[in-house]
Design a protein around this ligand. Structure first.
Ligand code: G3P
Ligand code: CA
Length: 275
């Protein structure tokens, strides 16, 4: 495995594969994450939800209907029921030139534990891959998502930064309360506050307690580039989601953001190498 990074020194932007290389392979599957690693992504992004039996799985929607051949809420299904579903075949019906359907583990439901194993294996092979984990609907579970998440990170020794480098994992959320819980329990884990819009109390560039990095949506960046400057002036790093089009990559590079979260890591890395 090689790391195909080619940034100019002026744009050392981290490229994070959103749900894996999710343009090319079914989101949140091992197939999508392996493709992202092959493509040279610096980091992987995933969403996590609790199953009915308390396991964390990587699924974006509340229900499995869109991305599998099953139906129902993740929270109402046990892991064994999710494991019987196919999370790949919906993608077979899309026009994805780089996607050749594969059966089995590559397109099964992905547990967070399996994804952590992949990250650990990749790092052990000498590649400093990172993981950005988003807690979904954590308020509903009153701390259980964070508790289980921290337990797993500890088990895989991913909860603290190595002596010679940055933290391998960061936690992202639209919920300031979720980030606060993470920071209180594990202060060395970087936290990213995701924003769909800028709330009036944060307009000056401050972030809620517990949040260390700003995660504005692309719509904010396009409509309010001055806000990105304010975040930087306030001393915050800025990680933007979800940036797929070349003109938006260019805008982010011009504004000097620190990370781009994209469904197309290969294309973004190639463009950044040429900017
Ligand atoms: O990386 C942040 C981004 O994933 C947030 O939006 O809906 O894709 O989880 P969503
Ligand atoms: Ca997400």
């Amino acid at each position: 495995m090689t790391h195909a990074r080619q940034h100019t020194p002026h744009h050392p932007i981290q490229v994070i594969a959103h749900r894996g290389a999710s343009d090319d392979a079914p989101e949140h599957t091992l197939a999508a994450y392996r493709k992202a690693i092959e493509d040279g992504a610096d980091a992987l992004e995933c969403d996590v939800r609790l199953t009915a039996d308390g396991q964390l799985v990587c699924v974006h929607d509340r229900r499995v209907n869109r991305t599998s051949n099953g139906r129902g809420a993740v929270s109402a299904l046990e892991l064994s029921a999710l494991a019987a579903l196919d999370f790949g075949s919906w993608k077979d019906r899309e026009e994805s030139p780089d996607w050749d359907p594969v059966p089995g583990e590559l397109t099964s439901v992905l547990t967070l534990e399996r994804l952590l194993e992949l990250v650990v294996e990749t790092r052990a092979a000498g590649r400093p891959l990172q993981l950005a984990i988003e807690t979904k609907h954590p308020t509903r579970w009153a701390g259980q998502v964070e508790e289980r998440l921290l337990h797993l990170l500890k088990r895989y020794e991913l909860d603290t930064p190595p002596a010679d480098g940055p933290s391998p994992v960061r936690i992202m959320s639209f919920s300031a309360r979720s980030l606060h819980r993470i920071q209180a329990a594990s202060p060395t884990l970087p936290t990213v506050y995701l924003m769909q819009f800028v709330s009036p109390r944060l307009r000056d560039g401050r972030l809620p307690a517990g949040a260390r990095i700003a995660g504005p949506g692309l719509r904010i960046v396009r409509s309010n580039p001055g806000y990105i400057e304010r975040l930087h002036r306030a001393g915050h790093r800025v990680h933007v989601w979800t940036v797929n089009e070349p003109e938006d990559v260019e805008l982010c590079a011009r504004l000097g953001v620190e990370a781009i979260i994209t469904n197309r890591p290969k294309q973004v890395l190639s463009q950044l190498g040429h900017l």
